[in-house]
Design a protein around this ligand. Structure first.
Ligand code: DGL
Length: 270
């Protein structure tokens, strides 16, 4: 048993989709969330910059005495998971493997689709892992850079969102993808519209749900789950504008944040 908190981080606010699923599965665990709101987006940044930012956040969370690190950000998971694993002795969980396993399991004869940020898709991290699990499975991957700003502007149910999905997903529809991995923190908020677009014929894999299941499994396997019986505490750190974060967090969590939100400024930003 280990009552230390679980550390979860993202490039900004989107990782709250993962936080929400972890909270739902593990109501008694203390959770610390770090959103790098001063440096978001990661999806258009270079590999080295994404790795450096991720290392800084992991070091910060380690100082908060977390027992596990969850990289809620798909871009950081794609580019920094293996480097972070060499830098810390804590268990580090990314969002890619859980999503890939779920997609391959239900793929049938495929093809499997993946949508994410430019950096995630360019890294090939999803494509490589899918092929490693089933080498004959066809994978279609596409970067959808407009979807993050659409969600952040709260345009989830707008004509703009429909037009963007139509533009990005038409090939997936033509090729009748059996499952589509929503490989970005923000995309679960577009699930209803994406489902509508595919008329329910394509299974959507929500990396957030799959990752929460993996977190639960690892806690149990390592016997580091909390023995608390009361509701777990929630603490938030952001690198810019805690007020703006708290406001928009409601859209991602479906409720206001429960704990306090603190500002953590990077030295270079001061
Ligand atoms: N959190 C990022 C991801 O899941 C999306 C936002 C960004 O580009 O930083 O890939």
């Amino acid at each position: 048993m280990d009552n230390r908190p679980i550390g979860i981080f993202d490039s900004g606010i989107g990782g709250l989709t993962v936080f929400k699923e972890i909270r739902a599965l593990l109501p008694n665990e203390d959770l610390i969330y770090f959103g790098d709101t001063a440096r978001v987006p990661y999806g258009s940044k270079s590999v080295q910059v994404i790795r450096n930012f991720s290392s800084e956040i992991a070091a910060f969370l380690s100082l908060q005495n977390v027992k596990m690190l969850v990289i809620a950000c798909n871009t950081a998971s794609a580019l920094a998971l293996s480097s972070l694993r060499t830098e810390t002795s804590l268990p580090v969980i990314g969002v890619i493997d859980p999503g890939v396993r779920a997609a391959v399991k239900i793929a049938g004869d495929g093809p499997v689709g993946v949508i994410g940020t430019r950096a995630t898709i360019k890294s090939g991290a999803y494509q490589d892992r899918i092929i490693r699990l089933r080498c004959n499975l066809k994978v279609l991957a596409r970067a959808c850079p407009l979807l993050v700003p659409i969600v952040e502007e709260n345009l989830m149910n707008s004509d703009i969102a429909r037009m963007a999905l139509n533009m990005y997903l038409s090939d997936f529809k033509k090729q009748e993808v059996s499952s589509l991995i929503l490989a970005c923190t923000h995309y679960p908020l577009l699930k209803t519209l994406i489902n509508e677009y595919f008329e329910g014929k394509t299974r959507l894999i929500d990396s957030a749900c799959e990752t929460a299941c993996e977190v639960k499994e690892v806690l149990h396997a390592r016997r580091i789950n909390s023995c608390a019986t009361s509701a777990g505490r929630e603490t938030f750190f952001v690198s810019d504008s805690p007020e703006a974060f708290s406001e928009i967090a409601t859209d991602f969590l479906g409720r206001p944040i429960a704990g306090e939100c603190f500002l953590h400024s990077w030295q270079s930003e001061n």
